[in-house]
Design a protein around this ligand. Structure first.
Ligand code: NI
Length: 177
């Protein structure tokens, strides 16, 4: 169990395409470190490449309304996804504000598919198959983007909607980073 340093935008490792997991004995330790790191930073999700491990593993979850970085977010079940696959539903795109532990202090307005079906495996190899929308769908798309070397600023349509969180939202507890 350890809190690991989170790589920040500019680090070339965040731009790599991560590898599928087949047989990886270190998975439990990796997940333990990812959970510790995400909790220490009040993140809603974390992808393995953010701690320098280029494997297709993400975790996410907003168990209640108490995450200070996402005070208005609906609850999202705590989930481990290994080798995730996303299929967009035909519901169009929605723009909303996102932040990222690899882009500390910033946030931006990012278009995402409004609803998706996602599949992957949990830490015990059981299949996860969910169709979700809203914030849940947004978090999954954000985390899975990390596995393809994509950071949310790359998806912002108008960079006028990108900036420092405490400037954009001075009266919001979202400025906590
Ligand atoms: Ni991120």
């Amino acid at each position: 169990m350890a809190i690991r340093p989170v790589l920040r935008m500019g680090d070339a490792r965040l731009l790599q395409v991560s590898l599928p997991v087949s047989d990886y004995p270190g998975l439990q330790e990796l997940l333990s470190d990812m959970r510790d790191t995400m909790k220490a930073l009040n993140g809603a999700g974390l992808a393995a490449p953010q701690i320098g491990v280029n494997l297709r593993v993400v975790i996410f979850g907003v168990p209640d309304q108490k995450n200070p970085r996402y005070p208005d977010a609906e609850a999202v079940p705590e989930t481990v996804l290994v080798n995730p696959v996303i299929a967009p539903m035909e519901d169009g795109m929605t723009e909303d504000w996102e932040g990222c532990l690899s882009v500390p202090g910033m946030c931006g307005l990012v278009p995402r598919h409004s609803a998706i079906r996602y599949q992957g495996y949990d830490e015990y190899g059981a299949l996860i198959d969910r169709t979700v929308s809203g914030f849940h769908a947004r978090v999954v798309q954000h985390e899975c983007d990390h596995l393809d070397g994509i950071l949310y600023p790359m998806r912002i349509r108008d960079l006028g909607n990108f900036g420092f969180r405490d400037v954009l939202f001075p009266n919001s507890p979202m400025q906590e980073e």
